[in-house]
Each structure stands twice: as C-alpha cells, then as structure tokens.
Write a protein that binds this ligand. Structure first.
Ligand code: XUL
Length: 532
C-alpha cells in the first residue's frame, strides 16, 4: 500500500467566524468549512461576533461561543469527507489582542475530556471572565496612559514592545480586568490570547502564546522575545505565571489531545503547532519572509505590512511584531481606518458610473495630479491619528481649495493613499522591494498601476483570499517540517511550490513623487494640526 497523503489543517478564529482549511503537501486547498458565530450560534446574540457595550467603548465576545464553534466546525469538515487521520499537523490564526481568562483546573479538565460528549458541555465554567475583550475594544485609555508614564513615555514603550500603548492591546485590557473585576482576575490561572486558547483546546493542555501574537500585548520585549518585567509589574500582579513563557511560532505546543483522537479520528501523532495572530498568519499566507517583501491589503480597512530585520518602532504610527516565520525577523504593520468605504464615497461623487469610470479617470490623468493633494478621512483616521472626519484638498502651491474636478479627486484619493503608505511605512522600516496587493481593491488594474508608480517596485497579485487561514495551514506544515528535521528550516523551503503570484505591473518610480511625498508630509501635518 502506498504512503498515505499528508494533510495540514489551518484554523482561523476571526471576529465573526471560525474557519478551517485543509491543504495538501502541494499547498493546494483540499477543503474548507466555516461556522458563522451570529448565524450558527445565535444564542449568544452577537452582532458580527461581538457585543458592543453601552459605554460605546467596550467590545467583548463570549469565549464560550468560540468553544461551541469548534465541534461544529470539525463536524462540518468531517461531512466534507475530510479524513482527520491524515492530518499531520494543525495550526491556527486568531484575531489579535483578545484575551481569555481560564480558571484553576482548566488544564486538568482539558486532559480529561470525554469524547462521547461535546467539548463545550464539559468545559462550561472554565472561564473566570465570561466576556473576553476583543480588538475592537477602546475602553482602556486610562491604563494606556498609565503604562506609558511608568515606562518612560510612548516612544520608550514602543522601543521595548514594538508599539506605543494601544487601547486594544492585551496588557492594557488585562490591567482593566484586574482593576474592575478583581475576583475574576484572582480566579484566573492562565490568561490566553484567542490564538493560544484555540491551540490549548487542540492540544488539551495550555499552549504557549507565540512570539508574534505576543507582540500585540504591550508586554513583550520584541528583541529578547521575553516578557518585559517592568511592563508586567505595571500591568497586574502575578502576571508572569498567568501568561506562561512565550515561545517561537513554529514550535509545537504538543500532540493533538485524546478528545480529538477518539472523537474525530485524528492521528495521535498529529502536531499542534503554536497558533498565532491573524495578521502574522496573513504575513505567512502571503509568504513575506525577506526584508523588502511587503503587502498592501485594500479592504474595509487598509493595511500595509512587511518583513524586516531592523525594526524602527514608532510612537506615532504602526506596530512591530516578531515575525511568525523568521526566527530573528520582524513584521511591521500600519492600519488605516479609511479604506474601501471611503474610496467608494469618493467614487460615488466623482464617478457615479462605477469603478470602470473611476479607472478610466485614473488612466486619463497624469502621475502627480498637477500637484494636487487630497486627504479623505470619511472616518476618524488611525494613520495619522485624526479625530474628525474631513475631506481636505490642496493645490500645487499648498493652498487649500474647496473642490477638485472629478478626475482630480479620483487620482488624489489613490495617490494620497499610496503616498501615505510609503511615508508611514518607511518611518517604521517597511521599504518594499516588491508589493503583493490583496483585498477587493487589488482587482482594479488602474489602481495597481498607480501603486507601482508611487513605490517604483513591481506589484504582484494572486489568489490570496483567506490569507490568514492559508497562512495558518502553511505554518502547520512549516512547524511540522522543523520538528521532523530537528532544526529550524526556512519557511520558503517548507512551502516551496505554493501557488505562484503574478506580476501585474513593474513601473519605474515616477520622478514626480519624490517631491510630492515631502509636500504630502507637510500637508498631512497641517491637516492634523487643524484637527486639534
Ligand atoms: C490588529 C488588529 C486587527 C485584528 C483583527 O492589530 O487589531 O487587525 O487582528 O482580527
């Protein structure tokens, strides 16, 4: 009998759903399944997977819902014909920053799970805090300011942990729980991230927080990859023991737990490779391994992220995380709140005929837009921090003007976005050699041409929807290969042969943007000052 095919399972625990994707050794997707929290587990009455609280700032999800989703998902994967005994390794991606508070004895309960009964019916009562704060929570400004003050300022904190204090970052959320729900904190034996919580379920033991997702906590020294004692001390008492030691993303948390072997027929040798955050897993899914590999994702919110070796943490923009695929590398990420909805708003005004008309306008106009620069903040912006929604337009002499022609608006909204990414990306060390464009906006070739002209590097596209889930499956394979060979092996080696990306454009940097980016920076500062 021939050797049975090995498969790898990636689990993506996002805000709205739990997804599973199975890939084969050729890195082709074999099957996928999904559980939508709102629709499939309606008893928790979530909207988009979360509960928004009355203060307008607190946003939580019930961890019990995530637990319930797991049996549902595995059942759905099984009904697609997945033979779990062929899965050599599983890894996962979790929405970043969310925290799960596990009571004493949880690990014992995990080890003693009865395969005859559902997992959630046996783990009812493990949560010391029933509502887990998630990344959309912005209720911890007080904790943020206090941590920055104690560490010596926002830049000092960024230098150590990779980011200034952010409301959604886990350490600040933990500090708030410790203050507002002391008994819950005291009853907590282990604090997991969403990623390490899901890994703990699969391993039926506490799985570590990995270096990459651990970088989204304002607690870890991104260089030494250990918890920073001072940050821990100022966050909550007895925190180190509750967090456990962070570990490398490619390491295994253990073998799959007995519950999954007996209930679903997994091979007892199936490895559970440490789970990580969704953005780190996207970096893996897009294979951004070497310095200069960067991606621009144009979706509801836009992000730019890339691989680098020399991190430049900033108190004013972006985040630096440990790389999930390179042992001494980093990833940098910038988030924008104004993404596709803002572009749509501008398009509705300047090209009511739709995207084809908008693209034609981009093709008809000249790089540099005759010096015209626009800022389109339909929502308060993260990068740069701007608190009031506003559209502002400037002519070639930096004079504010009320209106651009429709064509000028079309070009200004795209050039502005890419100039901003170039400017802020460089500030934190993202200097692209090539860019992989993803998300809805990447289907528009006129937009991709502008991207290539602003950055002056080749722009690639590929089928990378689900990059976090695919990245999780790739990381399962990578972790498996590292374990099999008894040493760290380059990620690119483990996933060689993955579906290729295609070059969409390879334009020289248009000379006009050299000067324009300096003006952009000046006008952005003016726009920000006007905000205050
Ligand atoms: C990243 C962040 C979000 C979540 C989404 O810092 O907050 O991208 O990871 O799941």
């Amino acid at each position: 009998m021939g050797r049975r095919e090995q498969l790898f399972l990636g689990i993506d625990s996002s805000t709205q759903s739990l997804k599973g994707i199975v890939i084969d050794t050729n890195k082709r997707t074999v099957t996928t399944a999904l559980v939508n929290f709102d629709a499939d587990i309606p008893e928790y009455q979530t909207s988009g997977g979360v509960h928004r609280h009355e203060d307008g700032l607190t946003v939580t999800s019930p961890p019990m819902m995530w637990l319930r989703a797991l049996d549902l998902l595995l059942g759905r994967l099984q009904s697609t014909g997945t033979d779990f005994s062929t899965i050599a390794a599983v890894s996962g991606s979790g929405q970043q920053h969310g925290t799960v508070y596990l009571k004493q004895e949880t690990e014992k309960k995990l080890a003693a799970l009865n395969p005859e009964r559902s997992i959630h019916s046996q783990l009812d009562g493990i949560f010391a805090v029933n509502d887990s704060p998630v990344w959309m929570d912005s209720s911890t400004s007080e904790e943020c300011r206090s941590l920055e003050k104690r560490i010596g300022g926002a830049q000092a904190l960024a230098n150590i942990t990779g980011s200034r204090a952010y409301e959604r970052f886990s350490g600040n959320q933990i500090a708030k729980i410790c203050k507002t729900n002391r008994s819950g904190y005291e009853a907590t034996e282990r604090i997991a991230l969403v990623s390490s919580f899901m890994a703990s379920l699969f391993a039926c033991r506490y799985a570590p927080i990995d270096f990459s997702d651990g970088s989204g906590m304002n607690l870890m020294d991104i260089r030494s990859r250990k918890w920073d004692e001072t940050a821990l001390k100022h966050t909550a008492p007895g925190l180190a023991g509750r967090l456990g030691e962070p570990r490398a993303s490619n390491e295994a948390a253990g073998h799959i737990g007995g519950y999954f072997v007996r209930r679903y027929g997994f091979d007892p040798e199936c490895l559970v490779v440490n789970f990580s955050g969704d953005n780190p897993c996207s970096l893996a899914g897009l294979r951004l391994e070497e310095p200069g590999d960067a991606a621009i994702s144009m979706g509801t919110s836009d992000t730019m992220f890339g691989a680098l070796m020399e991190p430049r943490p900033s108190a004013s923009e972006g985040h630096i995380f440990a790389s999930p695929i390179h042992p001494s590398g980093y990833m940098a990420m910038i988030c924008y709140r104004n993404g596709s909805l803002t572009r749509e708003d501008v398009r509705n005004r300047c090209a009511p005929g739709g995207w084809a008309e908008f693209s034609a306008m981009l093709e008809r106009t000249q790089p540099g837009n005759k010096g015209k620069i626009g800022f389109y903040f339909k929502e308060p912006e993260i990068t740069p921090p701007v608190l009031t929604a506003q559209y502002r337009r400037f002519d070639g002499e930096n004079r504010e003007t009320r209106n651009f022609s429709p064509q000028e608006d079309a070009r200004a909204v795209m050039e502005g976005m890419f100039l901003s990414m170039k400017l802020h990306g460089e500030n934190i060390g993202i200097i692209p050699r090539r860019i992989l464009a993803t998300g809805g906006g990447s289907r528009n070739t006129a937009i991709l041409r502008v991207m290539s002209q602003v950055f002056g590097v080749p722009v690639f596209v590929g089928d990378v929807s689900d990059s976090a889930a695919v990245g999780a499956a790739y990381r399962a394979l990578h972790g498996y290969e590292c374990r099999r060979q008894g040493r760290f092996i380059p990620f690119s080696g483990a996933i060689a042969g993955a579906p290729a990306f295609h070059k969409a454009f390879d334009e020289k940097a248009h000379p006009v943007y050299g000067d324009m980016i300096l003006r952009y920076r000046e006008l952005e500062e003016r726009t920000q000052r006007g905000d205050r």
